[in-house]
Design a protein around this ligand. Sequence first.
Ligand code: SF4
Ligand code: SF4
Length: 424
Amino acid sequence: MADYRKMWSDLGMDLEKHDLLCEALPDAFGAIYMSQENRPEGMDFFNFVVSEIHGVRPAELIEHQKNGGKVFGTFCVYVPDEIIFAAGGIATGLCGGSQFWVAGGEKVLPANTCPLIKASVGARLDGTCPFFKIADMYIGETTCDGKKKAWEILQQEVPVYVMDIPQMKREKDILAWKEEIRLLLKRIEEFTGNKVTPEILAEKIKMINNKRKALARLYNTRKSSPVPISGKDALLVTQIAFYDDPVRNAEQVNKLCDELEARIAKGEGVFPKNAPRILITGTPMAIPNWKLHHIIETSGAAVVVEELCTGTRYFENLVDESGKTLDEQIKALAERYMKTNCACFTPNTGRIDDILRLVKEYHVDGVIECNLQFCGLYSTEAYLVQQKLKEADVPYMHLETDYSEQDLEQIRTRVQAFIELLEK
Ligand code: SF4
Ligand code: SF4
């Protein structure tokens, strides 16, 4: 990585602690990613992004700030990036996916908080992630209880604006979400000093839709057998989409897709044709959480799709681009975002319908549900997911884990037994 120490020091980061993270990441990435055979050449860009993860993109964000722009950190796929970009801001995903940050979060949060929240709070409080330091404002949401309380702690460090997410999906809830998006737009306009016009919002809706289309194209290639890209690589591409420049990201994903489609035409793949095909569902897998994918794909199976917020929930459903007024555009945004299925809603039957649809579309042999420890929402919902998959005769396994490596072997044993079952 190039030398970014001055930039990190100017951001007020803890350089000594951060060095430990910089030392660990290349080894972990090398062991998990670079050991794969026959990786697409189009992954080079994404490898580069990881190798410069705390350098290139943070430097771009700082440049944007020097030119008078604002940066907004987000933690949930319900927060509409379109509004942020339309007001001249940049949205960047901030969810923490590393065990490295958990201890920092535990200093202020109860131990029985999910690792995603602990890592996100720890990354900010420990000063070991430039993205958390750069963001001028965090946009939180009222999804789960842990997050709601975490905003109040983070508010002591950085301005946090919280969106009130409905808990149901009736007509009045969609209208309420539309109103929340309108309030977000107003707050962001005030914060950036820029006015959002229908013309700019139309442009940004198109821009984010293009990113979604590129990711949808990538996932579409994974329906083929043999699958032309590993689940690990597809997950990495999705994780990077949360914080990379959306236009560049769509270009790079489309470039990768050209290569993958050529592979499909030649019948080439990265796993044998008969490797069991796995769908992963559950809580999000924020970068650098590659734990389960690595276990599955080094146990003889291929991950072909993720029904996750770092998966299909992120890109499925486009925003209607026909709106001419801000009111029509905000309505279209509200309708699109309310199609996302999250366990914080009741009921959340759409998620199970999606899993069953994806099982068919991606020719899935077995479903692994993986939830982060202490996520009561997803773990409780797992009962119904399991019940419906059983009725549909789809093999299913439920795991609960965190970001640590303590349970690696235990999970590997369970995953291998599940895969053996699928091979019979
Ligand atoms: S799981 Fe729910 S709360 Fe978490 S990012 Fe997804 S939609 Fe948001
Ligand atoms: S994984 Fe569960 S507990 Fe953790 S932030 Fe997401 S919804 Fe909340």
